[in-house]
Every structure is written in structure tokens, then in C-alpha cells.
Design a protein around this ligand. Structure first.
Ligand SMILES: [Fe+2]
Ligand SMILES: [Fe+2]
Length: 481
């Protein structure tokens, strides 16, 4: 079978020849029913019968893989899509460097590999759960459609990981697949596995920050798993990355359009000082300092997702050839890291110091640094919008020691500039840097749905171009009466 085009003849669209793999197909069909029950229970609230203008993958060819059309979300054709197998692909790092890529699970690495897949899999439904209440306050039908596109694709990412569990891990794989539907974001008894995926996404500014920051963490994780010597994982992650790009687009342009609208409103009202918060808010737009506070909240949460700076787990994953570095094959070194070092920020003797440690143990730190660099570029693109409007303000990523829960800086307080302070001092200034109750209450007043085609809530600018080149008043979501 052609592995580029997708077979829609089975209940589960796929390009992995499921039709001839009866056991796996039947197991997945069983899981499908439970998945749909989860989707109805925890997916977008209030819009299950709406017709949404969504893209569905019909090929894994980077050019033209998507077909657009109206679909009710529960009828979305979630499928299993792997990038085509590369002839003669090798393990590109670790102690199996140069050997043929693993087409099956190496027995000695079974537990490790399953854990990697389950951790990645757990984040996918979590984000759908975190975003399930946002539909009713969408600032436009365009944004509503983008939210749902992200949601169905995160659902598909879950499918991607569940396929690997069913296909390669037998019974315990099937059990893990059920557990992925059982955990719930923010639930006290059965929370999702990682901290940031148990946080609320209470408003659309948070949604945009989430898709900018947290989906970008997703991109970095997928990039390093796309390097995997376990070929089916690599292939599935490569296709997932093409979908991830849209999620980050939604986040970056969402915040960008918010900034744009704020600056335009300030100019029109003759307000020059971005810190004149009361006057800016009276215009019904989100002041830039509050956008900075939201950024300050989301960024450290995503830094925590990379785990401890020094990690033997990630060294083991690397040695085993299961999880590589960002753009591993483009890096020029021995790809074994036998003697290399990497600089890590540590908290020693009451001070933040840089220390060289064995690179093999600092892989989380390295991936996090690559992530930070990627984030910083996006923040600069936001700053260019502000500059262009002639407003004097700069958004900045806070220092890595700011507001952390995991790693070297979890027990200390630091300002966004990295100035250390006591608990008492921090309590006094916390609301200068993170959203206060008043800030959130203000945001809440702006979160009112705008469902008229072509119209946008007053706090956000329209996009420059529509999805699938549709014109401004296109009805992206037909809300059921
Ligand atoms: Fe995802
Ligand atoms: Fe995503």
C-alpha cells in the first residue's frame, strides 16, 4: 500500500495498512468507542453538534495533505498517520549509533520506550480537557474554528500514541491506552502526568499563550522523539510536527492580534503610557503589562515540562537511541556524548551560577535552551508589532529562576530579571509580575462570545488572512440552533 495517501475504507483512517492487521484494527475499534465517550465527556463543551470548517489529513505528503470541509467534531476522521519509512534509516545517536533503526521494540528498552510514549500521549487529551470551556467565550467564529482544529488534532495525537501502544506493546500497551482516557486534567485523584497539563486555561489570552508556549514544548519533545531510533515513533512524530505548526501559529497570531488591537486603541485614544492601565482597560482592550504577566505565568510552567536540569533518565533515553537532541542529525559531534560537557545554571551557596556538567546528563537543559531560543524569536516578533505601532514597551521572557516548580530553582523566589528575594519580599511584589485577582476579573469582563460571521470581539484584531484563504465574513462554524 502507498504509505503517503490515507486509506479511508476502514473505520479508522490510516496509512499503516490496518486493514491487513486485524488484531490491532479490532483492538483499536474497541478503543475508538471509549475515545468517543471521552470526547463527548471532556471535549469542547456545547459544540458537539456544530458544523466546523476543519482540515482532515488525506496524505502525509508535506504539500497538500489537508482537505477542508464542514464536519461535526464527533464525526471527525481521527486517523493513524506516519511519515513514510525511509529506506535504510539508522540509529543516529547513543550506543547503537550506526545500527539499523529499530522496527520493533528492543526488549531491553521496552519499559523505557513505553514510558516515553505514555508521557507524550498523556499531554494530548490533557490539552483538550484544559480548553473545553473556551468555546462559549470565543472572540470570533474564526478563533472558535481554530480552537476546535487544535482540539481535534490533539485528539489525533492521542491516537498516534495509542496506535504505538496497541501495535507494539500488547496487553500492557492496551492497558496504558485505557489509562490515557481515564486520567483527567486537574483531577485530584487521577490527574494528568505533568504539572502544566493540570492548570486551567480560563480565558482566551491564556489559550493563545498556551498554544504559543506549551504547544512549542510539544514541538521540542516531538522533534527529539522524531530523532528516535525506534522508527515507528520517529515516523509518527514527524507527521505530528506538521500539525503542531498550526497550533503555534494560532498562539503566536492570537497574542499578536491582541497586542495589535491594544496598540491601535491606545493610539486612537491618545494614550502614550502603556502603564496607564486604568485608561487602557477603559477602552476594552488588554493592557500590555497584563499580557506580560500572562507570559510570565505560562513560560515558567513550560520550562518545568523539561524536567530537572540534570537527569539520568534522559541520559538513558539517549544512550538507548530512543530520544535524541533537537536536530540531532545536524549537530556535528560524536553523537554519543562520551566526553562533551554542557553549561547548566545551578543554585549553589545562595547564588545562581553556571557550571559545566557532562553533556549526557544535561540533555533536558539543552532541549530547554533550544526551546527558549525558539520562544525568544516569537517574543521578538510580538515586539515588532508594538514597535511598528510606535508604543514604548517591550515584552520579555522572564529569567529561568522565576516562578519555577521543578529543577534547580524550585525552592527560591526570583524576579523576572533574576533578582533573588525572600518569601516575604516575594509576597509583596508577586502581583507586579503575575496576574492578580483583579487582572483576571478584568479579563473575564472581556471574554464574551462574538459569533456573528466576520465580526471580532473588541480586544482582538482580525487576522490578516483567513483559513484556507476564506474571506472575512466566512462562517467558520455553523453553530447548531
Ligand atoms: Fe499534540
Ligand atoms: Fe499541539
Amino acid at each position: 500500500m502507498d504509505t503517503i495517501n490515507v486509506d479511508y475504507s476502514t473505520q479508522i483512517p490510516n496509512n499503516v495498512n490496518l486493514a491487513s492487521d486485524r488484531t490491532v484494527l479490532r483492538a483499536l475499534e474497541g478503543w475508538h468507542a471509549n475515545y468517543l465517550a471521552w470526547w463527548r465527556d471532556m471535549g469542547p463543551e456545547g459544540f458537539q453538534d456544530a458544523k466546523v470548517y476543519l482540515r482532515t489529513a488525506v496524505s502525509v505528503d508535506p504539500q497538500g495533505w489537508a482537505k477542508f470541509g464542514y464536519v461535526k467534531m464527533p464525526d471527525y476522521r481521527w486517523g493513524i498517520l506516519l511519515a513514510p519509512q525511509e529506506e535504510g534509516r539508522k540509529v543516529n545517536f547513543g550506543q547503537h549509533l550506526g545500527e539499523s533503526a529499530f522496527q520493533d521494540v528492543p526488549g531491553e528498552y521496552r519499559a523505557m520506550l513505553r514510558r516515553l510514549i505514555v508521557i507524550q500521549g498523556d499531554t494530548e487529551p490533557a490539552s483538550v480537557e484544559q480548553q473545553r470551556h473556551l468555546g462559549k467565550t470565543a472572540p470570533s467564529l474564526y478563533d472558535l474554528r481554530n480552537l476546535f482544529q487544535v482540539n481535534v488534532e490533539e485528539g489525533r495525537h492521542l491516537w498516534a500514541m495509542v496506535y504505538l501502544l496497541h501495535k507494539y506493546f500488547g496487553r500492557d500497551g492496551r492497558e496504558e491506552a485505557e489509562e490515557l482516557l481515564r486520567r483527567r486534567s486537574g483531577n485530584a485523584e487521577t490527574p494528568r502526568m505533568l504539572g502544566a497539563f493540570n492548570e486551567e486555561t480560563p480565558d482566551w489570552l491564556s489559550f493563545f499563550m498556551f498554544t504559543f508556549f506549551t504547544d512549542r514544548d510539544g514541538k521540542m519533545q516531538l522533534e527529539s522523539l522524531a530523532q528516535s531510533g525506534f522508527d515507528p515513533l520517529s515516523r509518527t512524530c514527524r507527521f505530528m510536527l506538521t500539525e503542531e505548526a498550526h497550533h503555534m501559529f494560532v498562539g503566536e497570531t492570537g497574542v499578536g492580534r491582541t497586542i495589535q488591537r491594544t496598540c491601535e486603541a491606545m493610539k486612537a485614544a491618545g494614550i502614550e503610557d502603556p502603564h496607564d492601565v486604568a485608561r487602557v482597560r477603559a477602552l476594552g482592550v488588554i493592557d500590555l503589562p497584563l499580557i506580560q504577566k500572562k507570559l510570565n505565568m505560562h513560560y515558567p510552567l513550560t520550562l518545568d515540562l523539561f524536567g530537572a536540569e540534570i537527569s539520568t533518565n534522559s541520559a538513558n533515553y539517549y544512550n538507548a537511541g530512543l530520544k535524541g537532541r533537537f536536530q540531532e542529525t545536524k549537530i556535528e559531534d560524536d553523537h554519543r556524548l562520551t566526553s562533551a560537557t554542557y553549561p547548566v545554571l545551578k543554585f549553589i551557596g545562595g547564588k545562581i551560577v553556571k557550571e559545566d556538567v557532562p553533556a549526557l546528563t544535561a540533555l533536558n537543559m539543552r532541549l530547554r535552551d533550544d526551546y527558549t531560543e525558539d520562544c525568544a524569536k516569537g517574543v521578538e516578533r510580538w515586539n515588532r508589532i508594538i514597535d511598528k505601532e510606535g508604543v514604548k514597551f517591550r515584552l520579555e521572557l522572564p529569567h529561568v529562576a522565576f516562578n519555577r516548580q521543578i529543577g534547580e530553582f524550585r525552592d527560591i523566589n526570583a524576579t523576572p530579571k533574576g533578582v533573588l528575594m525572600s518569601d516575604a519580599e516575594w509576597a509583596k511584589v508577586r502581583e507586579d509580575y503575575l496576574p492578580s485577582r483583579e487582572d483576571l476579573a478584568f479579563l473575564d469582563t472581556l471574554m464574551k462570545a462574538e459569533f456573528e460571521p466576520g465580526r471580532f470581539a473588541g480586544w482582538i484584531a482580525p487576522p490578516k488572512v483567513g483559513i484556507d484563504n476564506k474571506t472575512g465574513d466566512f462562517e467558520y462554524v455553523q453553530i447548531a440552533a
